[in-house]
Design a protein around this ligand. Structure first.
Ligand SMILES: NC(=O)c1ccc[n+]([C@@H]2O[C@H](COP(=O)([O-])OP(=O)(O)OC[C@H]3O[C@@H](n4cnc5c(N)ncnc54)[C@H](OP(=O)(O)O)[C@@H]3O)[C@@H](O)[C@H]2O)c1
Length: 327
């Protein structure tokens, strides 16, 4: 990490990942600005933007050191036509807008990290996907005979177009890194860890589907440390997988979470139950059924070390933090 204080701008930094990163960098002594459609108040600077048009917010990027764009409508919803349009536009549109602005600035940030996703890789039950040998998804198949639901292709298409939009405009003074993140797990309320923990504590924390699908996850502490590492490493650009080095199957994932909560048993949710639950909860089964077997090849090659490389220890830590917060 640089020793001098950096000016860090976070478009879309009011959400789960953004709040965590903003706090992390503010506590490290850096100057943090979040671009938000608001209203949003935080202990750091917040500036209004609409994610679509140029405006006074551009001033925040002039002379800034780092841009971390996290804007994107949550994918935790039914993929209706309207939601699909918003999921797509909020990612590709904001990325194109920032590209136009950053390419024209005389003193742009020296590095721009743009959110991407581990979902960009194909459904993989057979082998790990790193940046050099991993295969991108599209025309997904669950098995030789069965095509994946169309929703899976939608997510991969968004991810591919998102990265294409990010890299399409040359920004000679700004290094670009696409963060192909696994699910970022934090003890805070309202995110995936909280939802899964609730299921576990209700005795419903068995495997989902057949439980063979891989989960690519990363502890929030490692996510923040990896972002800081990538800011500092001037030799790293392009797509970088930000996931723990040991993806686990959904069965292993749920089992370790149950153990961390000291819940020995949990009812599994086979495919038909999941379909109904997803419909009732207004979400999509893809989020738990697609197998993401993604590993952080480039981070490890660059010498990054994980505080939480394995899920059981990460689960224990997150549960301990959650219990402390609830106490
Ligand atoms: N969380 C994960 O595990 C994970 C894993 C892989 C990838 N990612 C990606 O990382 C990014 C951040 O994730 P997150 O979990 O922090 O998401 P989040 O909590 O949903 O926050 C995303 C932020 O994007 C902004 N936004 C939403 N709709 C928008 C729109 N139509 N136009 C412009 N901005 C919009 C919102 O900020 P305002 O309302 O303040 O404008 C929101 O706070 C997302 O792009 C996500 O796809 C997340």
């Amino acid at each position: 990490m640089q020793t001098r204080a950096l000016r860090i701008v976070l478009p879309g930094g009011s959400g789960q990942v953004g709040r965590m990163l903003a706090r992390f960098f503010a506590e490290c002594g850096h100057h943090v600005t979040v671009l938000t459609r608001g209203p949003y108040t935080a202990p750091w600077q917040t500036v209004h933007w609409d994610g679509m048009n140029r405006g006074p917010w551009i001033e925040t990027l002039k002379g800034a050191d780092v841009c971390i764009n996290l804007a994107g409508r949550s994918v935790n919803c039914r993929y209706t036509e309207a939601n699909r349009r918003e999921i797509y536009e909020s990612r590709i549109g904001t990325t194109r807008l920032l590209n136009g602005v950053i390419a024209e600035l005389e003193d742009p940030p020296f590095v721009w990290l743009n959110a991407s996703t581990a979902t960009i890789y194909r459904h993989a039950l057979d082998r790990e996907m790193d940046e050099s040998t991993g295969e991108l998804g599209g025309g997904e198949r669950i098995s030789r005979r069965r095509r994946a639901p169309e929703t899976w292709n939608f997510s991969v298409g968004v991810a591919r177009d998102w990265e294409a939009a990010f890299f399409e405009t040359p920004t000679p003074r700004t290094r670009k890194v696409a963060l192909r993140s696994g699910i970022v797990l934090s003890p805070a309320h309202g995110n995936a860890f909280a939802i899964l923990s609730r299921l576990v504590r209700l005795g419903l924390g068995g495997w989902q589907g057949r439980g063979r699908q891989y989960v690519s996850w990363v502890h929030e502490a490692d996510f923040a440390r990896a972002v800081a590492f990538l800011i500092a490493r001037e030799d790293v650009d392009g797509p970088v997988n930000v996931t723990a080095p040991h993806p686990v199957t959904n069965r292993e994932f749920m089992e370790a979470l149950r153990e961390a909560w000291e819940m020995p048993n949990g009812l599994p949710a086979p495919w038909p139950v999941l379909q109904i639950a997803a419909f009732l909860l207004r979400t999509e089964t893809e989020l738990v059924l697609k197998s993401r077997c993604v590993v952080p090849g480039r981070l490890l090659d660059a010498g990054f070390t994980f505080q939480f490389p394995r899920w059981p220890e990460a689960a224990e830590d997150l549960v301990r933090q959650r219990r402390e917060m609830d106490a």
